[in-house]
Design a protein around this ligand. Structure first.
Ligand code: 7PJ
Length: 260
């Protein structure tokens, strides 16, 4: 899954792809490099980022989704927590909803059930603005397992098919470095749900903390290491900024896993 932010303020690619033309170019490049999904986002979830109005977010993402849809048949996902944006994006050609808020906004479950598309349910403690202030867990893996259980039940009760659910523990969303490391180390425990697992580790600040490097541009190699570690623990989908590099790393991983 290649990341395509149409936002001016995302932490890594913010401002790079905020014209439809440059966003489309980047989407096509990621497709060429082997992306199966392009994840289009119109609102930064970075701590302290400005909130975007529904109509602005719709305008940003719909233009880009329509442009990609015209050029390729790649699966487009919409990275949003707002039901109105989910609806507009799917009508414009998206076929997957990626919600960092786990479909907890009012009306999100119902819209996704109606749209009958796969949904990525991500775990986040708190809300983006304040989530890194003081995240607390009893046991981060067990707590997120419980969250997944409850969200899967809410999804199914609302009419979302179980086979349409993808789970994501939400690296960096209301988690300390220690929490993130626990999650990565014990990622295989989420296999109990028998659902696809998505991870977003690409260039995140948890890697910056390990490297002691504040600059996201310097985190590619760490991102590849993290992707490989997640793969060996059962991750199926990888939300990344660097498609070719990640795919190469994962190919090596899978080749070795295939050896008897
Ligand atoms: C994630 C995401 C993630 C899913 C972002 C960033 C922050 N969606 N959207 N999982 N992260 N599903 O890229 O650092 O981890 S935005």
């Amino acid at each position: 899954m290649g990341v395509l932010n149409t936002t001016p303020d995302s932490f890594f690619d913010g401002g790079k792809f905020n014209s439809v033309k440059s966003a489309l170019q980047q989407a096509l490049l990621m497709c060429q490099q082997g992306a199966d999904i392009i994840d289009v986002g119109g609102e930064s979830t970075r701590p302290g980022a400005k909130e975007v109005s529904v109509s602005d977010e719709i305008k940003r993402v719909v233009e880009v989704i329509a442009a990609i849809r015209q050029e390729t048949e790649v699966c487009i996902s919409i990275d949003t927590s707002k039901p109105e944006v989910m609806l507009a994006a799917v009508n414009a050609g998206a076929s997957l909803v990626n919600d960092v808020n786990g479909l907890r906004a009012y009306g999100a479950l119902e819209v996704c059930a109606d749209l009958n598309v796969p949904v990525c349910v991500m775990h986040m403690q708190g809300e983006p603005r304040t989530m890194q202030a003081n995240p607390v867990y009893n046991d981060v893996v067990d707590d997120i397992k419980l969250f997944f259980e409850q969200r899967i039940k809410s999804c199914c009760d609302a009419g979302i098919k179980r086979e349409n659910i993808i789970l994501d523990p939400g690296f960096g969303f209301g988690k300390t470095l220690e929490h993130n490391l626990q999650l990565l180390k014990r990622l295989d425990e989420f296999q109990i749900f028998n659902l696809p697992l998505l991870v977003g580790l690409s260039r995140k600040s948890m890697l910056g903390k390990i490297l002691n490097d504040d600059v996201p541009e310097n985190r590619l190699f760490a991102s590849l290491a993290a992707a490989v570690l997640a793969r060996t623990r059962g991750a199926n989908l990888f939300r990344v900024h660097d498609v070719k590099a990640t795919l190469d790393a994962l190919k090596v991983c899978d080749a070795i896993n295939g050896v008897q």
